[in-house]
Design a protein around this ligand. Structure first.
Ligand code: ADP
Ligand code: MG
Length: 248
């Protein structure tokens, strides 16, 4: 881990929706290969923070850098789709195109945004589908897949763009209990490959297993950030303690 060179750097970021301040002077550095899990109550700003990292939100102060390149700031222009794809994002809802097969969903942006030929796109997509365990579902449509499979297609679709970083916003919250683990295992596989990730989740066992660090966010503020055990089992701040009591 190169502490001098964070892959994600968030400097003094604040964001308001009208009068409501949803991010309060966030400062965060995430290093290559690190997995940061974000925990926090509903409405605390977790999704807003991920979308800010990804350049989807306008912010009123501060900057976000990805690999030392500015990605979001007060007056930053909207990113091109190609640039934005350097940061992959996976949501609770899978948002696949229903009229496209798995392979078509995974290769679409490669062809449209990265201008790859069909053959080039397939060369990238096929090993990724293998990695997420879906080779045998290449020609299925989303309606023919389970929720866990659909979410793994969504993960493959992001990975196909060869992102530097992956962001996950409650990736298993829409899944039936028995399908959660196949998605979590896929994410654990990515961490073993050294992918840098920021993951919002309520799955504490998974967080303890996969996270390099855990941040507790409340009312738009990072209350504490530390190794998983030190946040989940032995938090220091009162607000973190109360949250952990509630969700354990
Ligand atoms: P979390 O993901 O932790 O549940 P969010 O980032 O979605 O929290 O929301 C943080 C706060 O910002 C909440 O109070 C929410 O109501 C508010 N918020 C989110 N999106 C909007 C929006 N588009 N317009 C106004 N307020 C919003
Ligand atoms: Mg959210």
């Amino acid at each position: 881990m190169d502490k001098n060179n964070p892959i994600i750097k968030i400097n003094n970021v604040s964001k308001w929706y009208n009068d409501l301040q949803v991010l309060k002077d966030i400062n965060l550095e995430i290093y290559n290969g690190e997995v940061l899990v974000i925990l926090g109550p509903s409405g605390s700003g977790k999704s807003t923070l991920l979308r800010t990292i990804n350049g989807l939100e306008n912010i009123q102060s501060g900057e976000v850098f990805i690999n030392n390149e500015i990605y979001n700031c007060r007056n930053c222009k909207a990113l091109s789709r190609k640039k934005r794809a350097e940061v992959g994002m996976v949501f609770q809802q899978f948002n696949l195109y229903p009229h496209m097969t798995t392979l078509e969903n995974v290769t679409l942006a490669l062809r449209m945004v990265k201008k790859k030929t069909k053959e080039e796109a397939l060369e990238i997509a096929i090993p990724i589908l293998h990695k997420v365990g879906l080779d045998h579902k290449s020609h299925s449509y989303p309606s023919q897949l389970s929720g866990g499979e659909q979410q793994r297609v969504a993960i493959a679709r992001s990975l196909a763009m060869q992102p530097k970083v992956m962001l996950f916003d409650e990736p298993t919250s829409a899944l039936d209990l028995e399908l959660i683990n196949e998605v979590l295992d896929t994410i654990i596989g990515l961490s073993m490959d050294g992918m840098t990730m920021v993951i919002v989740t309520h799955e504490l066992g998974f967080a303890r297993r996969v996270a390099s660090r855990v941040a507790f966010l409340d009312k738009g503020e990072i209350i504490e950030i530390d190794k998983p055990h030190d946040i989940i089992i032995r938090p220091k701040k009162e607000r973190t303690k109360m949250f952990m009591k509630k969700i354990f």
